[in-house]
Every structure is written in C-alpha cells, then in structure tokens.
Design a protein around this ligand. Structure first.
Ligand code: F6R
Length: 241
C-alpha cells in the first residue's frame, strides 16, 4: 500500500489524475474501473482539462463503472450512468460504446450481475480501478458484512450510505434502497487500485480501513492486501493517522 498525502482536494485530484493519465498514455487501450460520488469529480475535471489541451486521448480506452442504483434508467438524472456522462464521458473523446455501467432497470438481478462480470472478463479485466471510500468503509456498494463479497451482486444500501447520499436526491425519499455493485473480488482483481479520499469527515474511517485489521466489517480494509494499491488522500483525511 502506498499513501500519497496531498494538501487539499484539488491537489488530491491532480495527483490522482496524474496516475490515471500515466496509465492511459502508457496503455491507450486501458480498461479503467470508474467511481461516482463527490471524491472523483475533481479528478475527472482535471482529466478533461488535459484532454482539452491535447495531452490525453481516450479514443481506445474502455471503462466499467462500479455500481448503479436499482430501478434508475440510464437517462435518469439521478443515475450513475448520467453522472458519468455529465462529469466525464460527454467531455472527452471516449467512444460511448466503450463505456459500461450496470443497467439499473434490468429487473433480473442475477442475469444483470452475471452479464456484468462476464463483460469485465471479456475486456480482459480492469487495469486501474478508481475508488472513493464510503463513510462506513464501503467500496463500490460493498457494505459492511460478515464476509467479503465476490462478484457483481445486488446489495441493500446500509443506513449510513442512505444518509450520506440522500443529498443527491430530490425529494430525498426518491433514493433507491438497492444497487448493483461490483464485488470485492472484482475490485481486488484489478491490476492497480487507486483511491481518492478528502476531508476530515473521512479521517476516522481512513484510520480504521488502512491501519486497523482486515475485516469485512470495513470492506476497504481488504485493500491492504492488494499488490498495487495507492491511496491519495488530503491532510484532513489523514489527520487521524
Ligand atoms: C461510487 C461508489 C461509492 C463512493 C463512496 C464515497 O460509485 O461506489 O463507494 O465512492 O460512497 O462517496 P463520496 O465520494 O461521495 O464521499
């Protein structure tokens, strides 16, 4: 595990974007695993800026997103598919057919999850997986549990996750309670994992996840065992270690 300490959110975002840029420059056909939420937005903004300067080419890059809310259609403005379009895909030269997000409106959970895992396999696996850290230590929507999950599956969102993410829904009661998410095994099989964490509110969970025992009660803790895991976090997020 490598920890890069940054001054603040913007510095964290530039450092993470540097790592992703290097990946794309060295392998223009990279498969990138992507995340949503507030943590990676600055990273995406920086990648867009470098693309617009002519320094990055995404034309052969493929992406697989971590998760999607069950019941939300791709064009729903609250969906993660829409989030990715707005925050990244529509502003770079990626081929939309090379971008993948679980289909939240597929009512057959088993079929959708099996399809998604087969898709990741058919792409040759993930070269670099970008992650945020949930307030309860979740990665993707792998919530605290008694064992680590394997592949893509349907999950019931934990109370803490519902509380943290309700701010994105209007009205708040519209927030779905279930999601399709890649499993811990999918994430651990990525060749490199990069996590971005910012702010004092995450300091306690950063300490638990990366300086405490490896336990499914704190899903991110398993990343301590990944052979190429980089945590890019700002001073506030690292203030308790
Ligand atoms: C998002 C995801 C989640 C978030 C996490 C942190 O695709 O899978 O694990 O990364 O909930 O969210 P933010 O960045 O909003 O604090």
């Amino acid at each position: 595990m490598r920890i890069l300490k940054t001054r603040d959110y913007d510095h964290m975002s530039r450092q993470a974007a540097n790592i992703i840029s290097a990946q794309v420059i060295l392998n223009p056909e990279s498969v990138l695993g992507l995340a949503t939420g507030s943590s990676p937005v600055g990273t995406y903004r920086q990648l867009i800026a470098w693309y617009k300067k002519g320094d990055l080419d995404f034309s052969k890059v493929k992406t697989v997103n971590l998760d999607e809310y069950v019941g939300l259609a791709p064009d729903d403005i609250q969906s993660y598919q829409h989030f990715m379009k707005i925050n990244l895909f529509d502003q770079i030269n990626i081929d939309p057919s090379n971008t993948h997000v679980p289909i939240g409106v597929n009512p057959d959970a088993d079929a959708e999850c099996a399809r998604y895992d087969a898709l990741i396999k058919s792409l040759g696996g993930i070269d670099l997986q970008l992650l945020g850290l949930g307030p309860n230590g979740h990665i993707g929507f792998n919530e605290p549990d008694t064992c680590f999950t394997k592949g893509t599956h349907q999950t019931a969102l934990a109370e803490e996750t519902l509380t943290a993410n309700r701010r994105f829904f209007k009205p708040a009661e519209n927030m779905p309670r279930f999601a399709y998410t890649m499993g811990v095994c999918d994430i651990m099989q990525a060749r490199r994992v990069l996590m971005v964490v910012s702010g004092e509110a995450k300091a306690a969970i950063v300490r638990e996840a990366f300086f405490g025992p490896v336990t499914p009660q704190v899903p991110a803790s398993i990343l301590q065992l990944h052979k190429s895991f980089t945590l890019v976090a700002d001073e506030a997020a690292l203030s308790k270690i």
